[in-house]
Design a protein around this ligand. Structure first.
Ligand SMILES: NC(=O)c1ccc[n+]([C@@H]2O[C@H](COP(=O)([O-])OP(=O)(O)OC[C@H]3O[C@@H](n4cnc5c(N)ncnc54)[C@H](OP(=O)(O)O)[C@@H]3O)[C@@H](O)[C@H]2O)c1
Length: 231
């Protein structure tokens, strides 16, 4: 994939199907909640932490049964989709070359009490996912999962059409990647709310109106103020 994320990677965007293999990088609160949701929706899931998967195996067996613990490199190797769920201050340890040509979901937030002061994120003017995209220029970054609490993600899942079904934003500069992630979000149990640009995601970040709010798709869309991309 070229280094310009808006270039079309259409031949590399896999079809949205239940046969997708998703690599979740980060086996903490968010990573395990996302992994369980994916597994329950029928996806194949690999899970990695910062080190040896042997140390992850017992935890994964109990906390995310069905997920395959792997080295990050191996998890990503044949994944159709990669989810980044590591603390932002640890992201510098993820090799950009590994994510070359991948669709990468940024589920992370800049959280100074945990992350410390990171100038690129602290500037706060462009949206943290724009910075993440710059850190991984060969990937297509899509922002999702970040605005809901890890403990709400699973209990709030509902089937399509359910009156209590909530929305989950899916933001990105590449409509096909947004469409793929939206299909996954839909299957997990949320109404995907596409947002046309990574740079228009301040409302999803800490301090933004949608952050931590339990909103329907329509409510979330009203907050976005950005027309949805056409996939
Ligand atoms: N907490 C929430 O409700 C919430 C909601 C949405 C988004 N977020 C955001 O999601 C991100 C993760 O938060 P969290 O609460 O899940 O963190 P966490 O519980 O501290 O877990 C972090 C995980 O990332 C792993 N990790 C660290 N460096 C890594 C690397 N280089 N490669 C692969 N894995 C690595 C850690 O593995 P080791 O143990 O081996 O270091 C650990 O499994 C943060 O940016 C956070 O702001 C949090």
């Amino acid at each position: 994939m070229s280094s310009t994320p808006s270039d079309s990677p259409s031949q590399r965007v896999p079809a949205a199907s239940e046969h997708l293999h998703v690599a979740v990088l980060g086996a903490g609160r968010v990573g395990t909640a996302v992994a369980r949701s994916l597994l329950d929706a029928g996806y194949r899931v690999s899970l990695s932490a910062s080190g040896d998967p042997a140390q992850l195996a017992l935890m994964a067996e109990i906390v995310t049964p069905g997920a395959e613990p792997k080295w990050t490199r191996d998890a990503v190797a044949d994944a159709d989709l990669v989810i980044l769920a590591v603390p932002l201050h640890r992201l510098q340890h993820v090799d950009p070359a590994l994510l070359e040509g991948r669709i990468v979901v940024d589920a992370m937030n800049y959280w100074p009490p945990v992350d410390g002061e990171i100038p690129a994120f602290a500037a706060g003017t462009r949206g943290s996912s724009v910075v993440v995209q710059e850190m991984f220029p060969g990937a297509v970054v899509v922002k999702s999962f970040n605005h809901t609490g890890y403990s709400s993600l699973e209990p709030d899942r509902r089937p399509a059409g359910h009156p209590e079904r909530l929305g989950l934003a899916v933001a990105g500069d590449h409509p096909e990647a947004v469409a793929l992630v939206s299909a996954v979000v839909e299957k997990i149990g949320y109404d995907p709310v596409p947002v046309a640009s990574l740079s228009a995601t301040a409302f999803l970040q800490p301090g933004g109106d949608a952050f931590g709010a339990r909103l329907t798709g329509a409510q979330l869309e009203a907050l976005s103020g950005v027309p949805a991309p056409v996939a």
